[in-house]
Design a protein around this ligand. Sequence first.
Ligand code: DGL
Length: 267
Amino acid sequence: METIDERMQMRKRQPIGVFDSGVGGISVLKELMRIMPEENYIYFGDSKHAPYGTKTLEEVRRLTFHNARLLLEEGAKGLVVACNTATSAAVRIMRSMYPSLPIVGIEPALKPAALQKEHPRVLVMATPMTVQQEKFGQLMRRYEKKADIYPLPCPGLMEFIEAGDLCSGQLHSFLRELLAPYLDRQLDSVVLGCTHYPFARGIIQEIVGDEVTIFDGGGGTAREMKRRLAAAGLLSDSNVHGWVKFENSLEAAGELALCRRLLEQEI
Ligand code: DGL
């Protein structure tokens, strides 16, 4: 029988579970791997049920709990909900389901955008569900006196990334049309409040102009996970590069190749 010390030692080497409604959360996985390269990761994308952002709250909760269970059954020592939509719908309940597990969600990076300068104009791009949720309402209320905040639901945008389309003419036109009403508002920043959107960052930057700063929550989420694992004594003590295992509910040929491609994509 192992001692508590031996058990802890083994637990440190278990993977971090990361999931999203599809391939978007790979933008968060990249940040996790950048600051914790010695960790092992299992990334689960629920592409079969994507998008989450236009589903009902009950459906998103059910799918989110299912994804969490799946990763825990595979031995995840902590969970990163790399989906703003699933976080806003379910992270609080998940924490009460697994009180001793490090669980970190992602939310739109409104704080750094709102504090970037004196009363900035901030556009927040997110899914319809993220924008409707009370969690986002609270976040908005916290910063509404410090910034002009324009929430912009973007149904249809994540589908381009899910299809592996990061640069087509259709994607350019879609974004141009979506952002057109805001181009004369002298925006200071754009917050990418969905983990799929960083893969379209270059096009968004081109449309809004170089003087606009673009924020996303991936880096902050990864840092928070590192803090949580450290506090629980669960950071890996390995000194070699960890591994990444991709899993996807859509068993289509090419899905895992898309995951690898996005992992290598500069964003
Ligand atoms: N990537 C997800 C997010 O961060 C959601 C996309 C979707 O499923 O609608 O919100």
